[in-house]
Design a protein around this ligand. Structure first.
Ligand code: F6R
Length: 367
């Protein structure tokens, strides 16, 4: 049942080239330069006139929402807010029939998300569900939606569901941008081709980086705290990397926007603190490098996720995890993969039950 892998988590990490491709198949139509998402067609009018999009989710799915905020605002020029479902449901948010809510959930049964949607629906909002489990409660309460095709996720820590959510959110952003005319045809084609290349780039990481990541995991397995930093599109990846490490290894970890470090967390840095930078080539790259130098100056250990061929970062960081070059907008689908592997191997080296971390349930159906 684990297909020869030691754990479901590892199997699910390795399934990602397939599950991402499954989530794109029949939707990303390269030769016609279009994206087919019938759920979007259903709510097309609402989306075109939306005052804003509110993304509602929990945990890892909330991190996917955060990536979507950056991407949708950039490509579609629609105001996006990302809400923790548990907060959204209890405060008294201002919702009208001009709001489109995107709900993101692997299980489709998360109680906080479900109740938040019920409330918003009562107030006239349009609900679009991005859900993995077919026929689940969140899928049923949505006006329209788009399934992720990740297949059953057994490991408690979400991996392949997350990258499938990101793949679908990228499709959604591209489609809406084209509908609204906020993207040039050239950029649409370029990003479509890049999105199509993601499965093989994830495959590259799984083929070429595992031994290296195992060695890094072994080196840092006894850390007490780990800081994860990123900027822009890769800031949510820092949050997700930290969450994965907490869940799987029980090591305290924090994700931060790299530039926020000097407003507090830099006080933590000494020669025992590993700091993971998500530092692929993008418009923020030089800034990220200077943040890295600030950590090195305080003797912190820098572990960096970098783009293939980036010699400069290589020379600064103590340890390097490499990913193929990919457009910055899409980078989060790829950069999370080495971080999933890092958490997995650290958990394994610490002798923990990575498929069923203590105190956690796969589907949180109570508040
Ligand atoms: C983290 C994790 C949780 C879930 C969260 C939402 O690895 O699995 O943080 O992402 O409980 O669950 P869904 O997506 O099922 O609504």
């Amino acid at each position: 049942e684990k297909g020869g892998y030691d754990h479901f988590m590892l199997k699910e990490i390795f399934e990602q080239p397939t599950t991402i491709a499954d989530s794109l198949r029949g939707r990303l139509v390269l030769n016609e330069s279009k994206i087919i998402l019938s759920g979007i067609d259903i709510i097309q009018e609402k989306l075109l006139n939306a005052r804003r999009i509110i993304i509602v989710a929990c945990g890892t799915s909330w991190h996917a929402g955060l990536v979507a905020e950056y991407v949708i605002e950039e490509l579609c020029r629609i105001n996006v807010e990302v809400e923790y479902a548990s907060e959204f449901r209890y405060r008294n948010p201002i919702i009208t029939d001009e709001d489109v809510i995107i709900a993101i959930s692997q299980s489709g049964e998360t109680a906080d998300t479900l109740v938040a949607l019920e409330r918003a629906k009562e107030q006239g909002a349009t609900i679009f569900g991005i859900v993995n489990v077919v026929g689940s409660s969140i899928a049923r309460i949505s006006h329209a939606g788009c399934y992720t095709h990740a297949g059953p996720e057994i490991g408690v820590a979400s991996t392949k569901a997350y990258t499938a959510q990101l793949a679908v959110l990228m499709l959604l952003a591209l489609k809406v941008a084209k509908m609204k005319g906020t993207i040039s045809e050239e950029r649409f084609v370029e990003l479509s081709q890049e999105l199509n290349s993601v499965p093989e780039k994830v495959e590259w990481v799984l083929k070429n980086e595992v031994d290296n990541i195992k060695a890094i995991a072994y080196k840092y397995k006894d850390a007490h705290d780990v800081l994860y930093l990123g900027r822009g599109y890769n800031f949510p990846t820092a949050l997700e990397g930290a969450l994965k490490l907490k869940e799987i290894s029980y090591i305290h970890a924090e994700g931060y926007p790299a530039a926020e470090m000097k407003h507090g967390p830099i006080a933590l840095v000494d020669d025992t603190l590993p700091v993971v930078f998500v530092a692929t080539k993008d418009v923020y790259h030089e800034k990220v490098i200077s943040n890295m130098q600030e950590i090195k100056a305080r003797k912190g250990k820098v572990i960096a996720v970098v783009s293939e061929g980036d010699e400069i970062t290589h020379s600064i960081a103590d340890d390097i995890m490499t990913v193929p070059v990919l457009d910055e907008v899409l980078a989060p689908i790829l950069t999370v993969v080495p971080l999933q592997l890092l958490s997995y191997y650290i958990g394994v080296y610490r002798g923990l039950d990575v498929d069923k971390p203590r105190n956690l349930a796969k589907s949180v159906t109570v508040e």
